[in-house]
Design a protein around this ligand. Structure first.
Ligand SMILES: [Zn+2]
Ligand SMILES: [Zn+2]
Length: 213
């Protein structure tokens, strides 16, 4: 399993643009590439994809974590570039995309082999639980339902290994104790505190970062 951060408030690779928002590409030999969220701005998303040699046409599945603009802003641009990807969106995101297979997610659901959605938590947001050889790796948008709540739900799929994504104002840091790898990204308010507290396992995130699992 390979996760590439495509869009983030920070940047980790020269040539990419930083902007408030989040998007990640998840690749796995067993299924077609999944784009999780689309950032805030279509042209920046496409610019970063081009720099990372990601062809939007190859994306098979688009997952939207929640309806906020910094996660959905690039969606219409991607749909123009890619006419076949199917979508998994939380039921609170009211959008109609004619001619596409769209799954409105409420309960936990398997999206493809080794990739599950936590379901729409708190009536607002879904996160991904990736089944890797090391355990469950969680990818989250803004964590509005709470990081602890998301991890607890994801732990139903197996032993937790790590997490990447926006943690918002999360500060109940002991919820991260059992994890082996932590990437506080995007809107995480306490990035510095988390990296100091978990020096050996909390790492910097940014557009261009590749996580191999
Ligand atoms: Zn949000
Ligand atoms: Zn956000």
């Amino acid at each position: 399993m390979k996760i590439t951060i495509v869009y983030d408030n920070e940047v980790k690779k020269e040539g990419l643009k930083a902007d408030w928002g989040f998007s990640a590409l998840i690749e796995n030999e067993k299924a077609s590439p999944i784009l999780f969220d689309t950032g805030a701005n279509g042209p920046i998303l496409l610019h970063n994809m081009k720099e990372l040699n990601i062809d939007p046409k190859n994306i098979g599945i688009i997952v939207i974590s929640h309806a906020h603009w910094d996660h959905t802003g690039g969606l219409s641009e991607i749909l123009k570039q890619n006419e076949t990807a199917e979508l998994y969106i939380p039921s609170s995101f009211h959008i109609s995309i004619p001619g596409r297979k769209v799954t409105m997610v409420k309960e936990a659901i398997q999206i493809c082999q080794d990739v599950c959605s936590t379901g729409e938590l708190g009536g607002v947001e879904q996160s991904l639980a990736l089944k890797t050889g090391k355990g469950i790796f969680v990818v989250t948008g803004c964590s509005h339902p709470g990081v602890g709540n998301i991890l607890k739900t994801a732990s139903k799929f197996g032993k937790l290994y790590g997490i990447a994504g926006g943690f918002h104002g999360f500060r109940d840091f002991k919820a991260l104790d059992e994890l082996s790898l932590i990437y506080p990204c995007h809107c995480t308010q306490y990035k510095r505190e988390i990296r100091e507290l978990f020096k050996d396992k909390a790492l910097e995130c940014g557009a261009g970062l590749v996580i191999q699992l």
